[in-house]
Each structure stands twice: as C-alpha cells, then as structure tokens.
Ligand binder design. Structure first.
Ligand code: B16
Ligand code: MG
Length: 209
C-alpha cells in the first residue's frame, strides 16, 4: 500500500450531526417526516440524491426547480453550522494517526462526496495537510460509483490497487470495491461483504497498514 484515501464525514470528522440538523429543518419546513434512521441512509450520498431519499415520504411531487431550492435551503443552513467548527472538532486520535501514517511514508488524500470539503478541512485545521483532495466538486457520479476515489488515486499518481480507502458508509465501501481499491470500514461500513479490513477505531489503521 502506498497511499490512503479518507472519506471525510464520519471518518475524519463528524459533520453528520450538522447534515441531520439542516435536513431536519428543511423537512419540518415542508411537513415531511424525517428522523435519524432515514438520516443514516444519507451517509456518503450526494446532496441531491439525499434530497430524493427524504422526499420519498412527501405526499406530492416536487419540480426540479423546487428541489434545487430545497437543497439550497438545506445547504445554506448547513454552511452556517459549519462556521462554528474549529480545530476542536478534530480528535487527538485522528490527528495523531494521520501524522503517524505520514511519518510512515504514505501519501494521504481525501475522497468525499461533499462539495463543502475544503471549507470543512480549513475549519478543522487540515486545510493544507492532504496530498490530494477529490470531492463533490470534481465528480459527476457519487458513491457507490467509484469516481471520487479513482480521481483521488489519479491526483496522487497511484494505482487503485496501491491505495486503501477508509470509509464509514456502505456506499463508500461499494465504491472502493468497484474501483479496485482495498478498503477499511468503520461503523456500519464494517458490515459490507467486500470490506477488506473491519476497523475497531480510527487508530486501528496503524495495525492494518
Ligand atoms: P454536501 P462524505 C457526504 O460526505 C455526507 O456523508 C453526505 O451525508 C452528504 O450528503 C454528502 O457528503 C454531500 O455533502 O451537501 O456538503 O455536498 O461522507 O462523502 O465525506
Ligand atoms: Mg462518510
């Protein structure tokens, strides 16, 4: 293994709670039921695909224009929540593990569906840390399509077979598998049939690499 590609939300930091609050505000606003179980289905899924999942519970159809307005409403509020993030939102465990991997000579990249990736990395003090960033701004197909990880490998100038993908979402492990990457799963991602390593914690990466 020459490189490690990290998912962002649910792996490096926990923006999932802010996604939940923002989607909940939007859903309440249009009177659509939404809870934490539905929120779990949104992990690693793009903004518009997340909205489609939430609207499964709606009692009417929404036009493309209305959907874009709803997604914008959610994102505007989400971005105000991100503004409160700081270096305190990066755990010592994640920071120390990243540094240990860097010291072992691995190239390190981000592979996230989020279009807010660069803002989040800056907020938590990792704005200049990674060798490459592939995110929602440079892809057309979101996880489980492998595009985001294939782009990360390309930016790193490495072959997929030489990169380990670290993910918290089933869609992310599926994307890694389809792209020819080995994967390490945290949380529900441990349950995917094709996951290479089931991690007990983020620092457990130091035992599998
Ligand atoms: P945005 P990841 C994903 O991040 C989130 O898990 C998912 O809930 C979100 O909808 C997606 O990013 C898009 O985020 O609205 O900021 O573009 O897990 O791929 O890092
Ligand atoms: Mg994730």
């Amino acid at each position: 293994m020459k490189a490690v590609i990290f998912d962002l939300d649910g792996v490096i930091c926990f923006t999932d709670k802010y996604h939940y609050l923002a989607w909940k505000k939007m859903a309440d606003n249009i009177g659509v039921y939404f809870d934490e179980t539905i929120n779990n289905r949104l992990r690693g899924v793009s903004r518009m695909a997340s909205l489609e999942i939430i609207l499964e519970r709606a009692n009417r159809k929404y036009s493309q224009e209305e959907k874009e307005e709803l997604a914008k409403y959610k994102n505007d509020y989400y971005v105000t929540l991100l503004a409160n993030m700081s270096e305190n939102d990066l755990s010592d465990e994640v920071r120390e593990t990243l540094i240990a991997l860097r010291n072992r000579g691995y190239k390190l990249a981000i592979g996230s569906s989020s279009k807010n990736t660069k803002t989040i990395l800056k907020q938590i003090g990792l704005g200049c840390f990674f060798d490459a960033i592939s995110d929602g701004t440079n892809i057309t197909n979101s996880k489980p399509d492998p595009e985001v990880f294939l782009k990360a490998a390309e930016y790193l100038n490495e072959k997929p077979a030489d990169c380990l993908v670290v993910e918290d979402a089933l869609a992310g492990i599926e994307a890694a598998y389809r792209g020819g990457f080995k994967s390490a799963g945290l949380g529900e991602a441990r349950e995917h049939q094709e996951v290479t390593y089931k991690l007990d914690s983020f620092k457990d990466l130091l035992n599998v690499l």
